[in-house]
Design a protein around this ligand. Sequence first.
Ligand code: PLI
Length: 460
Amino acid sequence: MKYMTAEPFRIKVVEPVKKTTKEERQAWLQEAGYNAFKLKAENVYVDCITDSGTSAMSTEQWAAMMLGDESYAGCKSFYKLEESARDVFGIKNVQPTHQGRAADYIMASIYCEKGKYAVGNMHFDTFRGNAEVLGAIPVDFVIDEGLDTASSEHPFKGNLDTNKLQKLIDEKGADQICVIIITVTCNNNGGQPVSMANIKAVSEIANKHGIPVVMDSARLAENAYFIKTREEGYADKSIKEITREMFSYCETATMSSKKDGLVNIGGLFLSRNEDVFLQANQLAIVHEGFITYGGMSGRDMEALAVGLQEVCDEQYLEYRVKQVKYLGDKLKEKGIPIVEPTGGHGVYVDGRRFFPQIPQNEFPSQRLVCALYEEAGVRAVELGACAFGSKDADGNPIWPELETMRISVSRRVYTNNHLDCIAEALGDIYKKRDEYKGMKLVYEGPITSLRHFTAGFELL
Ligand code: PLI
């Protein structure tokens, strides 16, 4: 396949994007309170705020949508989705949900207990929010290398630290841990993968102590590809063999299908525990929809059934992971500090190392998000002081260890030319980095863990 290094698809439908002036973007930023979530998408040139729900669908997926069976109960589309999901996860019981956070809600309602610990490598916000509402205590036990943005190039920075887990069990007792959740890939620290050895080791400890293991599997195929290419013994296994082994170590899996489902909406809840699955069905009926659609339309289930198969294609995954690395390498060439190695769904720039003059309480990564939009119309997202900051019981701020700007790369959407624009713009901002000052948070909503969506800032 020498020479065949381009995208493994050709473009059939295009969506125009608008070029805008710096003056226009400065005005829009000010109107938006310097919060990228409040910008109108039509005023964004390259949108990297998320990789969620933004994939381009294939001809096969669009064709499948025409077959959508919209029957309330027992529709054909559900059975196709069920078969496809069983094939990828190796789990028999499949409950659709309208998106990932609904599956999180169902999972948290079943597993979380007041005052008990929910251990994770790094919990995603929507599970954390649900767990907190239910009174559980979410704790992140990612390995130390996973928090080291400067020097560590550990191949599986998403791994859960089994020593920290064992210590908590020894100190508090296993009955104080209601669930262990492994997020693949680990979104909060760079789309970093979790190794099979780690998933297995965590599940062995959990099984020994009777603690259920759940996998948050939004980016399951990207994780499997990293296992195949980085972990000994997996090079000759197919992606589906790897995903099935990954999920053989858990009782339950949740999925935001908006990422590796290659669709724009949808979620899944799967469990090999029959009692848990029956409870999930009940919760789905109350909150989502009947068991065989769970908040999804028949046509969307058709597209997801196909997307789950397409995402396991190795040629697609090779292109996907290499495209993200392409952007990471371009930024590194310019001396820009990024989280290394690059992960599966985006490049994470270290805000503190980029703007060392801006302290964390003046939101360096948020400043970088604004600078990138101002210069190039590129929209990224802050994952730092604003998004991950919290407060102690007296309302004093607690600043997070990780302070990054995530440049998420949507699946099958942008060409490397778009990524070149991002690299050029960030390179120019980096050259004049000394000129930037920080930001002041002037508005935040009542729920600190969700404040980044609606926060208002001023430039200092
Ligand atoms: O956006 P949802 O409700 O389909 O999925 C929530 C969700 C659950 N788990 C993980 C690991 C996620 O990354 C996730 C959503 N992620 C978003 C929106 C993101 O921008 O990363």
